[in-house]
Ligand binder design. Structure first.
Ligand code: TXA
Ligand code: MG
Length: 538
């Protein structure tokens, strides 16, 4: 088939694309999520050619794209209140809503289901093409079935040139992962595919939203499937991908020891790895991970990678979508090389970390008190003290003994001095903590908790495969510290002003526990520990 390339910046090309679509043809178009392969959603023959160009199974339904909310009513039998609320909040944008379909939607489009998935995209070119075609457009991702979704014109060209009537040459997609798919059929809201709109954003509008179990786990035999797309192999490059469920530190060790492989990792890891790397964003930035994951999978193919080990993304916010695509790309292959978890426990002072540690201990976790290690004589050895004297003056030692009070006064008098102190002490603390972790691991501990108020500042987060932050209401924290350290309210507030905000911790954590006085800690923590426990071999 002859495929024409149409540059999106030329208005006549938009009209041309509309004309092709109106006449039953196929056009690959950019959207804000991924490129889509579009056809007239109401024309069964046009829709059939999407399935054959992609090699897509017939029972996998397509998303129908509209360019205005008013176009929804013709496609569905009812518009529930919740659909209006979601549309108000997130349309135009990366959200697809499933509703009972009307008769004008052919069963070819809905994969034989009596429901239809509808999306109102925000990409200008996509909207103009829908308007030019004057019909709603069915558009799955513009990749060959089973391959990673396309986020650039080049990706589409490689998969579909010669198989479709036209490809629109547009910009790279800014979300980088397909839309969030939510079903409102039967009155209940169920998240079928995570994407750019997060579960938390949906819940802010709807209240509780159930997440389909197939989002993060393989499908169970004999269980009904909510979304046919879930049963097919997805997003796979040619390489064999295995996700390494470990800390960054253990990931680097594992990959370097293995050799002869590619690493699919975060930017921070590259300088430590001795194998070819392809990155997908930064560790604590799920948006960049979402934006780059599919491009990274395409790059692995270009490099002809055979064996790939991937870093595990966090499942928070957009991270859930990144995790969902990556586990499918790996065919659910996840290994934990040390068969144990190192879990960082942090949060602002007075939030209740000590109480949490006691609970975790009763749940079988091994606690390492990093604060205690940081003050131990092992860290402040002769060598360390002489370095401190060189930096902060001889006065910090009295009668041959380190005067901690004096050191504190000088070191915490300015951020520069605090940094100097950290530069001297942190590497020593780190190596002591590592020693302690190794000991715990070799004595068979499965859950090792690093209780560390300054987890991030001391770079101990590199040693953790999960991070839990404990927060509490500020009034309560003040009350707790006043009682514990016998301080005035002013002094407690002064101490707080030097600390990081809750959002600093939250943005970097896998679990956030609000530890107010009425919380049942066992009830809150046992699902976390049990969930991890299921992933370990006995
Ligand atoms: O961002 C996106 O949604 C992109 C762009 C092009 O808009 N499109 C896209 O389409 O990702 P596709 O076909 O690759 O994925 C559609 C997913 C499939 O998993 C399909 O099974 C599910 O949506 N789906 C569609 N209609 C459904 C329905 N009526 N009930 C349940 N799942 C449905
Ligand atoms: Mg797809």
């Amino acid at each position: 088939m002859k495929t024409i390339i149409l540059d999106e910046t030329k208005p006549e090309n938009i009209l041309k694309a509309g004309e092709i679509l109106k006449n039953g043809g196929l056009v690959a178009i950019p959207t804000e999520t991924v490129y889509g392969l579009a056809a007239n959603a109401l024309d069964p023959n046009a829709v059939k050619s999407i399935f054959s160009a992609k090699g897509r199974p017939n029972d996998n339904p397509l998303i129908v794209h509209i360019s205005d909310f008013s176009e929804l009513s013709a496609l569905v039998t009812e518009i529930p209140e919740n659909a209006v609320r979601l549309a108000d909040a997130f349309w135009p944008g990366p959200l697809t809503i499933i509703l009972p379909k009307s008769d004008i939607v052919p069963s070819t489009t809905s994969g034989g289901l009596n429901t239809v998935a509808v999306r109102f995209p925000s990409n200008k070119t996509a909207l103009n093409i829908i308007k030019a075609a004057q019909v709603p457009l069915a558009a799955p991702s513009a990749n060959l079935s089973g391959k990673p979704s396309p986020t650039t014109f080049g990706h589409v060209y490689n998969d579909l040139f010669g198989k479709v009537d036209a490809i629109i040459k547009g910009k790279d997609c800014n979300v980088g992962l397909e839309s969030t798919v939510i079903s409102l059929v039967g009155g209940e809201a169920k998240l079928l595919r995570p994407g750019g709109i997060t579960r938390q954003q949906l819940e802010a509008v709807l209240g509780f939203v159930e997440v389909d179990s197939a989002v993060i786990s393989p499908l169970k035999k004999n269980k009904p499937i909510s979304s046919p797309g879930m049963k097919y192999k997805h997003y796979s490059p040619k390489a064999n991908i295995t996700i390494i469920d470990s800390s960054p530190y253990d990931f680097i060790d594992f990959v370097n020891d293995h050799g002869k492989c590619h690493a699919l990792c975060f930017e921070e890891d590259v300088s430590y790895l001795n194998v070819p790397c392809v990155t997908f964003g930064k560790r604590y930035d799920s948006e960049t991970q979402a934006n780059q994951l599919f491009s990274a999978l395409h790059k692995l193919d270009e490099k002809d990678a055979k064996t790939v080990f991937a870093r595990i993304p966090s499942k928070n916010g957009v991270g859930l979508a990144v995790y969902n695509r990556l586990v499918r790309a790996s065919g659910f292959k996840i290994i934990n090389p040390k068969n144990s978890y190192i879990i960082g426990l942090t949060g602002p002072s007075g939030s209740g970390k000590t109480t949490v540690c006691k609970t975790l201990e009763t749940l079988g976790c091994h606690i390492i008190d990093c604060d205690k290690i940081s003050k131990s004589p092992d860290v402040y050895d002769k060598n360390c003290i002489s370095q401190l004297q060189k930096t902060f003056g001889n006065d910090i030692v009295k009668n041959g003994i380190l005067d901690r009070r004096k050191l504190g006064e000088i070191a915490f008098s300015s951020p520069e001095n605090t940094q100097k102190l950290n530069e001297i002490t942190h590497p020593r603390i780190l190596s002591k903590v590592l020693e302690t972790i190794k000991k715990a691991q070799s004595s068979g501990e499965k859950f090792i908790i690093l209780d560390a108020p300054t987890l991030f500042e001391a770079k101990l987060d590199d040693k953790c495969s999960r991070i839990i932050t404990v927060i509490a209401d500020e009034k309560l924290r003040i009350k707790r510290i006043m009682a514990r350290d016998n301080l005035s309210i002013e002094n407690v507030k002064k101490r707080f002003s030097a600390q990081k905000s809750d959002s600093f911790y939250i943005s970097k954590s896998d679990h956030i526990i609000n530890c107010n006085d009425d919380i049942d800690l066992i009830k809150r923590f046992s699902p976390i520990i049990n969930g991890l426990s299921e992933k370990l071999s006995p």
